[in-house]
Design a protein around this ligand. Sequence first.
Ligand code: PNS
Length: 160
Amino acid sequence: MLANALFPGSFDPVTNGHLDVIERALGVFPSLVVAIAKDTAKSCLFSGDERVELMRKSCEHFGDKISVVGFSGLLVDYMLQENLGTIVRGLRAVADYEYEVQMAQMNRHLSEKIDTLFLAAGERSSYVSSSLIKQVARLGGDVSGMVPAPVAEALKEKFS
Ligand code: PNS
């Protein structure tokens, strides 16, 4: 079994729901790598570098327990190269389940050294998603309670 855990995602942008998963994962693992997929299938509002920067700013309060990285290519290749064994993902609702289990099984097919651990989203953030945040922000809605302050500011700039 490979040591240490990684929380991967597009994080376009990071939300308070993601931060909740990070905080709770730190109750299970002593440290966590947050890995931002630079070339994702989704068309992103923020560039890879912007998403890494926003995550770094949003995770400052966790100190050196968190390291934020950007990665390209297959997630399992990155993890094997960095000696990381556990993928952490948050599950919000039944709607997430199919996509998440499919990814977990594909990753397990690609490498049996890697397993996925799911954390149930906290009820306060279970309705928060990056895509809804972008939709609300684009239309001028207030997203400040749902995203970290640097993200709220960056969204304002993007849509001003
Ligand atoms: O936040 P998302 O978009 O749901 O995260 C999906 C992500 C980035 C974790 C997934 O698309 C991924 O791992 N991409 C890297 C390429 C890869 O390994 N694809 C196969 C995954 S089964």
